[in-house]
Design a protein around this ligand. Structure first.
Ligand code: NAD
Ligand code: TYD
Length: 370
């Protein structure tokens, strides 16, 4: 039996995946409100939602998921029946430098949302029709060897970073609220996303922007770590399907069918950016320090730096359950998706230039420390 969401609260909707999901949901549904709750941390960016202000179905609320009373008020005001929970501290490197914000938002914040949902949906009679969807990661399963079977929904949890430990903890809380109180939850655990609006501290946008500026391309360790790259539009489709067609209490793994090493990604981007700069005089003029402008190769910028502490070697996803039960299939292969993503970063330069201006000192410190 499928669930028909009406008014949806999207936490973290000003972040990378959340903003893509807000746009996806507004474009693919006809009714109900979309209320974004976002604390606008360094990773949150109101520009990610630009153009939606005039949509009568959309509202933005600046606030913290840890503020349970405010969440309850918001849910009552907008008669929320569905939560799509994206808000999180999401960058592994930052979690290694300082886990506290991760504990607060990812664990305490998720629990605050669960308590608000229980109070409004379960504790008042009659029990409301509702859905709590939690967006999680494949990193909760730990690291695979080269010949290991991909992660599936029964793979034991073995988180290795403070980030993945907090996501694992939030997954357990969501499960407990289903098992103990009967909250109608669904969870998706997905692989590495890429696409428009990704904050430029993550691998793909960081490499594109560094090539454009002729800066070193930091590759952690030998660069042979493997991730299964998932286009954010495919991820949004899977989340929407889990909300409407997923069974309460179930977990669905979402992958992109695109296992690739980091060094391959970096080299692919080097070739693609070189190609664009040699074909487009406007880009060559805007980015004179990019190697292709002076006949050199972006690959020369590749710099192997100290490896990430506790760096997971390989992630891979078996998404057979989502395919079977939700009809999910990734629609974009990596070769097409990475070209489209590069094109987005090249055509929307103002978006990332503004971010570099805002957090530039921290960004430089992180990227150029060997
Ligand atoms: P992001 O860092 O780009 O965005 C996170 C958003 O949450 C930001 O807008 C931020 O302002 C907001 N936020 C942070 N703390 C908050 C708080 N206390 N209250 C309200 N809002 C707060 O993250 P993302 O890459 O879009 O990831 C979204 C979700 O998907 C996260 O839960 C993440 O764990 C999960 N995920 C991401 C990936 C990936 O590849 N990016 C892969 C698997 C799972
Ligand atoms: P990242 O985009 O941070 O995502 P995650 O840690 O969630 O997988 O990193 C993706 C991979 O790229 C990861 O194996 C770490 C590696 N990496 C680099 O080699 N250099 C970099 O500068 C960054 C940011 C990541």
């Amino acid at each position: 039996m499928s669930f028909e969401p009406n008014n949806v609260l999207i936490t973290g909707g000003a972040g990378f995946i959340g903003a893509n999901f807000v746009r996806h949901w507004l474009a693919t549904t006809q009714q109900g409100k979309v209320v974004v709750l976002d604390a606008l941390t360094y990773a949150g960016n109101i520009d990610n939602l630009k153009g939606l202000e005039s949509d009568p179905r959309y509202a933005f609320v600046h606030g913290d998921i840890c503020d349970e009373a405010a969440v309850k008020r918001l849910m009552e005001t907008h008669r929320i029946d569905t939560i799509a929970h994206f808000a999180a501290e999401s960058h592994v490197d930052r979690s290694i430098l300082g886990p506290d914000d991760f504990i607060r938002t990812n664990i305490v914040g998720t629990h605050s949302l669960l308590k608000a949902a229980k109070a409004l949906w379960l504790d008042k009679k009659p029990v409301a029709t509702h859905r709590f969807h939690h967006v999680s990661t494949d990193e909760v399963y730990g690291s695979l060897g080269p010949d290991d079977e991909p992660f599936h929904e029964e793979t034991p949890y073995a988180p290795n970073s403070p980030y993945s430990a907090t996501k694992a903890s939030s997954d357990h809380l969501v499960r407990a609220y289903h098992e103990t109180y009967g909250l109608n939850t669904t969870v998706t655990n997905c692989s590495n996303n890429y696409g428009p609006y990704q904050f430029p501290e993550k691998l793909i946008p960081l490499i594109i922007i560094n090539i454009l500026h002729g800066k070193p391309l930091p590759v952690y360790g030998d660069g042979l770590q493997v991730r299964d790259w998932l286009h954010v539009a495919d991820h949004c489709q899977a989340i929407a399907l889990a909300i409407t067609d997923g069974k309460a209490g179930e977990v669905y793994n979402v992958g992109g069918n695109s296992e690739t090493t980091n060094i391959t990604i970096v080299k692919t981007l080097c070739d693609l950016v070189d190609e664009q700069l040699s074909q487009r005089p406007d880009l060559a003029k805007a980015f004179p320090s990019s190697p292709a402008v002076s006949g050199r190769k972006a690959m020369d910028l590749i710099t192997h730096v100290r490896d990430r502490l506790g760096h997971d070697r390989r992630y891979a996803i078996n998404y057979a359950k989502a395919a079977r039960e939700l009809g999910y299939a990734p629609g974009r292969d990596f070769a097409t998706g990475i070209r489209a993503t590069l094109e987005w970063y090249l055509s929307d330069q103002a978006w990332w230039q503004a971010l570099l201006g805002r957090d530039y000192a921290a960004w430089v410190k992180k990227n150029y420390a060997a």
